[in-house]
Design a protein around this ligand. Sequence first.
Ligand SMILES: Nc1ncnc2c1ncn2[C@@H]1O[C@H](COP(=O)(O)OP(=O)(O)OP(=O)(O)O)[C@@H](O)[C@H]1O
Ligand SMILES: [Mg+2]
Length: 243
Amino acid sequence: MIEVETLSKNYGSFAAVRGLSFVVRPGEVLGLVGPNGAGKTSTLRCLAGIIPASGGTVRIAGHDVAANPVAAKRALAFFSDEPRLFEYLTVRQHLNFVARLYGIANYEALAGPLLEELEIADKADELPGALSRGMKQKLAIACGLLHSPQVMFFDEPLTGLDPLGIRRMKDSILKRAGAGAAIVLSSHLLHLLEEVCSHVLILKKGEMIAAGTLAEVEARFSNGEVGVGLEEIFIRATGGSEN
Ligand SMILES: Nc1ncnc2c1ncn2[C@@H]1O[C@H](COP(=O)(O)OP(=O)(O)OP(=O)(O)O)[C@@H](O)[C@H]1O
Ligand SMILES: [Mg+2]
């Protein structure tokens, strides 16, 4: 469960995120959408405790991210759009390292199936330098999933993946939600978001301009039309390219 109350983030005097409040329950997948610079990455980083919020509270599985960061971080995983890997650790050594950090005893039993699921098992003994961009992304995801987080944040998880990789990633996200994870993901690939998200939150200049189930948000901007789709809703809600 993710509980957010009046979250704000300022960079100096610039307000990047303003007063966001929402809840993501177990099994829900919330799509965070908005134009470039709307505040999606800033929001996700605050939710995951990677950068401090300027105001408001975030609770992850009941733990306040600011007051109790270790407990909150044990319950979550954050997947960046720019994965950071260790140059001198192989794929397998990455997983081993993460397993030690989180004190995961049965890591051998978990790591193999994860590498298979993400289709990088044949690269288990390679260093990151020998992986493609999409494979690096998959390795970062394998590392994040190893401790079976209840809460997951994905910043642009589908960018850079091939069509089959996108389908597998969608299946992985839906599988974790089905198992009770609460998930937030940002993406500009709106037709793909429609297939994985139960809910959407539209951000514009750091402010929430619509939130709810896909059907609720669609109803609000559809003017009575049927099957408008998230892309058209996005354009109507955010006023085209102007943000
Ligand atoms: N470290 C920073 N210092 C100053 N301003 C920042 C910083 N990071 C982000 N910003 C500003 O905050 C705003 C929101 O940026 P953010 O990266 O959260 O947007 P985004 O919605 O993720 O955009 P995109 O779709 O391009 O990824 C932008 O105006 C950006 O310039
Ligand atoms: Mg971003």
